[in-house]
Design a binder for this molecule. Structure first.
Ligand code: SF4
Length: 482
């Protein structure tokens, strides 16, 4: 059967939809890959706010004749995905449309009631997608498929199927098909690729979907792929693109299981010895008591050629971290010290921070700036405006405290403007902090031209209409001069 998998981008892209191969998302890639492996012909489509939807989808439906559309969405992608779903049904009312991803998983009752949705996937969707495609291919009215809520096309009755236990062995997953993303990547020579290392997180931060996702099913939620499987995929990657330089090991936090982490790092060290040009690695780390002061871990990072890790401060206010975010317990001094140690071992790091949290005042945010400056992030600062994801504890708090603006459920731009009314932190002040963050963190540490260019870039990113305008000029210029 012919199947279309749809991914959406909510920002305006200046050239192609994704910047580099490192931006390839895993969820829809795994679904597309397992469907291909099950013998189906799969086409990937990437939609942006400027995609001429009706034109693109009618041509696709007419030429490719799919029997199934698989859509995916986190909360901020829902407005654009709703447009996609409605357009599909306008063009082909009987087309089967299934929607999965974090938002449908946490809000299936809402999503199954969208006019265009025939099935909603709750949790890990690979097996459900294959079974759904098999039933549709044999002309059956789909039913009895674990992880799916299915709307009967005749009666409208909703069948709520049980959710399978979490996939126990991640090594069962195929390596994602990267070739299908090639037409959507501007910078193929980006030389950074991402490989899945694990799924799930043991922490329970209130703003993150992990605490809610962990509850949807039984079985082990925090899982890692075996080092053998990761290395086999890296070898395949090197055959696919010999110019790979950096492999980002995608997992919520690599230090969640230190025994595994040391084993993986040892294997990567060994693997690198077999390469003419050793690879560099990146990953995510959450600071916990086992990780702070951990020189052995930093030495193992260094030995494995781990170039950088991303670590969350999120808020410099210990009170906000404890009472609002439920972050793993660490004090500012612990993170500052861990950063100092990382510099000693010459392992770089990015500090993640959030702006505009419920209960946050400008004074609290000033603490975030002060602590981030003391951490001296050597690989950048990743600042985002807080977005309350429906289904998370912090979204409930925002709703109960009447902090949500009316556009909270319809905005495309989750990270460029706040969707909260905060008594001590106005929307403009929140946006201004996003624009000025690089300046405030690196003033006195980095040269002025670097600070000016990064601040200009942040300004463009903070105002999507500016980016849209630049994107139009680039596209018109490209069309005229090619
Ligand atoms: S540590 Fe990170 S991934 Fe884990 S629950 Fe907190 S925010 Fe989510």
């Amino acid at each position: 059967m012919n199947i279309v998998c749809v991914y959406s981008i909510t920002t305006y892209s200046l050239k192609k939809e994704l910047y580099s191969p490192g931006d390839i998302p895993f969820g829809i890639s795994f679904v597309a890959t397992v469907l291909k492996k099950a013998g189906h012909t799969v086409k990937l489509v990437v939609i942006t706010p400027t995609t001429p939807l009706h034109e693109k989808l009618s041509t696709l439906i007419e030429d490719f004749k799919p029997g199934l559309f698989c859509l995916t969405a986190v909360s901020s992608q829902i407005p654009i995905i709703k447009k996609v779903g409605k357009t599909i049904k306008q063009i082909a009312p009987s087309m089967y449309v299934a929607l999965g991803g974090a938002h449908p998983t946490l809000n299936p009752a809402e999503v199954i009631n969208y006019d265009f949705t025939d099935a909603v996937c709750v949790g890990e969707g690979e097996r459900a997608a294959v079974e759904l495609a098999r039933q549709l291919e044999f002309g059956r009215v789909p039913g009895g498929i674990s992880n799916l809520w299915i709307k009967n096309p005749f009666s409208g009755h909703i069948e709520r199927n049980k959710v399978r236990p979490f996939r126990d062995d991640l090594d069962d997953l195929p390596f994602i098909d990267r070739e299908m993303w090639e037409p959507f990547i501007s910078n193929k020579k980006g030389k950074i690729y991402t490989v899945l290392a694990g799924r799930g997180c043991p922490n329970r931060c209130t703003y993150c979907s992990n605490h809610a996702l962990a509850r949807i099913s039984s079985g082990r939620y925090v899982r890692f792929r075996s080092p053998d499987s990761i290395i086999a995929e890296i070898k395949e990657l090197l055959a696919f693109d010999p110019n790979v330089e950096i492999v980002f090991l995608e997992t919520e936090t690599l230090g969640a299981n230190l025994k595994y982490t040391y084993h993986l790092l040892e294997r990567l060290t060994e693997f690198n010895r077999s390469l003419e040009k050793p690879l560099e690695f990146g990953t995510n780390v959450a600071l916990t008591t086992q990780i702070q002061d951990n020189r052995n871990l930093l030495q193992a990072f260094k030995d494995a050629n781990l170039l950088f890790f991303r670590i969350g401060l999120e808020s410099g206010s210990e009170k906000v971290r404890r009472e609002v975010l439920n972050r793993p317990r660490y004090y500012n001094k612990d993170l500052i010290e861990f950063c100092r140690l990382s510099r000693e071992f010459d392992v770089k790091y990015t500090i993640n921070i959030l702006i505009g949290l419920p209960g946050e005042t400008r004074a609290d945010f000033q603490e975030t700036i002060d602590v981030t400056r003391q951490c001296q992030p050597t690989f950048g600062v990743a600042a985002s405006i807080f977005f309350p994801y429906p289904g998370t504890k912090l979204h409930t708090v925002c709703r109960q405290q009447h902090l949500l603006q009316s556009r909270a459920g319809t905005t495309f731009f989750e990270r460029t403007s706040t969707v909260l009314n905060l008594p001590g932190f106005s929307p403009w002040q929140v946006k201004k902090e996003l624009i000025l963050i690089y300046y405030k963190v690196y003033k006195g540490y980095k040269p002025w031209p670097d600070i000016a260019s990064k601040t200009l870039r942040a300004t463009v990113e903070a105002f999507p209409w500016i980016k849209r305008w630049i994107s139009k000029v680039i596209h018109v210029g490209y069309a005229l001069f090619r």
